[in-house]
Write a protein that binds this ligand. Structure first.
Ligand code: MD3
Ligand code: FE
Length: 203
């Protein structure tokens, strides 16, 4: 089902449920080369979600700020290649939402354990803001907070479950968003955790 959730934002409910085992295997292979880690924010806090990346560019954070980098600061090596099944999923989802030829050059992988959250923020460090961001949710359900481009507007709450894919473009691209603290639970394939992948066009 294709559900509009805001201007420019489309929820593809269960889009990735069929191929989930192969997707998870590809993700685990990436994470064996570039392990999940907890970045420090520029303000000196440790993020509660653990992160890694695949593809030509990866999102990194530290005392000097946020940026996209071609090398994993932990290994000094390039990020692992984006597995074909992940690139293919992102392209098919974007096409369904009306964005032909989506070719992401970055995929950020976020892991949430019970209690982990992501505070309200905008993603605006990508050069081409006309390109959408595609997100894939796997594992435990999350309450996603979705506001507007103005920080003052109170966010709506959406429940995202295993296999959901959302395409965020147009007027939604600069909306404030975040993730509420993850509730504990057990997922058959992923256990006590949630993974979220965001596919981005950075350069
Ligand atoms: C709406 N991740 O990594 S995915 C992030 O569930 C991030 O891990 C969340 O926000 C997560 O930056 C949310 C959904 C999402 C991603 C990017 C967006 C929604 C967005 C960019 C603009 C508007
Ligand atoms: Fe974000």
């Amino acid at each position: 089902a294709l559900t509009p959730i805001a201007p420019g934002a489309v929820l593809l409910y269960g889009f990735a449920r069929g191929g989930d085992a192969a997707l998870l295997q590809a993700i685990e292979s990436v994470l064996s080369q570039a392990p999940l880690r907890h970045w420090q924010t520029p303000g000196g806090y440790t993020m509660s979600a653990a992160m890694s990346n695949c593809g030509p560019l990866g999102w990194v954070s530290g005392a000097s700020g946020y940026r996209y980098a071609a090398l994993d600061p932990l290994s000094g090596q390039p990020w692992p290649a984006m597995p074909a099944c992940l690139m293919d999923l992102a392209r098919r989802a974007a096409a369904q939402a009306g964005y032909a030829n989506f070719t992401p050059d970055a995929c950020l992988i976020n892991e949430y354990l019970p209690g982990a959250k992501l505070s309200l923020h905008q993603d605006k460090d990508e050069k081409d803001l006309r390109a959408p961001i595609v997100s894939l949710s796997l594992g435990l359900p999350a309450v996603f907070l979705f506001g507007t481009p103005s920080r003052k507007d109170r966010p709506q709450r959406w429940r995202l479950v295993h296999g959901d894919v959302v395409v965020w473009g147009g007027p939604s691209r600069l909306a404030y968003h975040g993730v509420a603290a993850l509730a504990d639970g057990e997922h058959a394939l992923l256990g006590r955790r949630r993974l979220n992948l965001t596919f981005r066009c950075v350069k």
